[in-house]
Design a protein around this ligand. Structure first.
Ligand code: PMP
Length: 359
């Protein structure tokens, strides 16, 4: 009627979206350790900062839309054809794009839960239906249950390994069984955001899998091991036909010139070597933290990533508040558990003191 204000209706799926809660950040002036977003505690390498400065002076021009040089560098690094690589504004954008490329209204996407909180959001935005499969013991993915959840409406399965926020990896034999059980027309996305931190030898060689299964897509990022979270560079590796589909729905000019140049500088062999030494140091620090926690009496999932998971249930928010009072920002998932990133030695020590009081 005339006195009813007109509202632009949001799509019902958008009205119903769960919020994406980012890790807490210190406000200006606050001295807090930030262990809330699985970031790399090291500042970018000088060579990367130089590349950023050079690129900054050229930002009156649009970036190379297809990031040709970066795609070629990534392809050479991974050992695939450039046709198989698609970059995006963080792997979270690449995830959205690949879902948009294959999910139609009402199609199902199977993923573990709890896992990366962007999954249910990206699935709903794409028009799909989330089919969540509970984690098994010790925060591990239950791949047989995920395979059993596939129906003729399933278009995509998301396999997060290491799983964020619990930390364990999927083993090669488990993934082989899943791939054998799942129809060839279902995309199987292996989200390897924390790949470089993995030391468990039983993990699959995902690139080799890709050669055998053209429904497999790998999702990777320069946000974690490469320390470029603030610049947003992620990529997918897929069969050329799927890569072309993902590229077709990608935001035009989605990766900035500055981000492309910083990523290229990070892939230079000397930079790579230095960055992977830092990853080794973080992995050693993870081992130290896990050993200290075990010593305290904790029995936690085996994390192969740059974080640890405390299944604290109803005590989660209270523990996060206490950590903050002790100077540490962590990532609570209300009613479920706490995820604590591996950061600076002092930061980890500060959290270990908190953990000792929460057994
Ligand atoms: N996948 C997983 C499992 C993650 O934990 C994250 C970051 N939290 C991402 C993807 C996205 O990372 P980015 O968009 O920074 O590449």
């Amino acid at each position: 009627t005339s006195d009813t204000p007109a509202h632009v209706p949001l799509r019902p799926a958008v009205e119903a979206l769960p919020p994406y809660v980012p890790g807490a950040r210190p406000t200006s002036g606050e001295q807090l350790w930030k262990l809330s977003s699985n970031e790399n505690p090291y500042a970018p390498l000088p060579s990367v900062v130089e590349a950023i400065a050079r690129a900054a002076a050229e930002t009156n021009r649009y970036p190379d839309m297809y990031a040709t040089e970066l795609v070629e560098a990534l392809a050479a690094f991974v050992g695939v054809d450039p046709e198989q690589v698609v970059v995006g504004n963080g792997s979270v954008a690449v995830l959205a794009h690949l879902l948009n490329a294959v999910v139609d209204a009402g199609d199902e996407v199977v993923f573990p839960w709890r896992s990366f909180e962007a999954y249910p959001i990206a699935v709903s935005v794409a028009g799909g239906r989330s089919v969540t499969v509970p984690l098994g013991a010790d925060g591990r993915l239950d791949l047989p249950a995920m395979a059993a959840a596939v129906t003729d409406r399933t278009r995509v399965i998301l396999v997060c390994t290491p799983n964020n926020p619990t930390g364990p990896v999927v083993h090669a034999d488990e993934l082989d069984e899943l791939l054998a059980a799942v129809p060839q027309d279902v995309m199987v996305v292996i989200d390897e955001a924390y790949l470089e931190f993995v030391r468990d030898a039983a993990v699959p060689d995902a690139v080799a899998l890709l050669a055998r299964h053209d429904n497999v897509v790998l999702l990777r990022t320069l946000s974690k091991a490469y320390g470029l979270a603030g610049l947003r560079v992620g990529y997918a590796i897929a069969a050329p036909r799927l890569a072309a589909g993902i590229r077709a729905v990608s935001t035009p000019f989605g990766v900035s010139h500055v981000a492309q140049q910083a990523a290229l500088a990070s892939l230079e062999p000397t930079a790579q070597a230095e960055l992977m030494e830092r990853v080794d140091a973080l992995v050693a620090e993870r081992a130290r933290v896990q050993a200290a926690l075990r010593e305290q009496g904790w029995d936690l999932p085996d994390s192969q990533a740059n974080f640890v998971w405390f299944p604290l249930g109803e005590r989660t928010m209270e523990c996060a508040a206490q950590a903050r009072r002790a100077g540490v920002l962590v990532r609570p998932f209300a009613g479920d558990g706490l995820r604590v990133s591996i950061g600076e030695v002092e930061a980890n020590d500060a959290f270990l003191e908190v953990a000792a009081t929460w057994l």
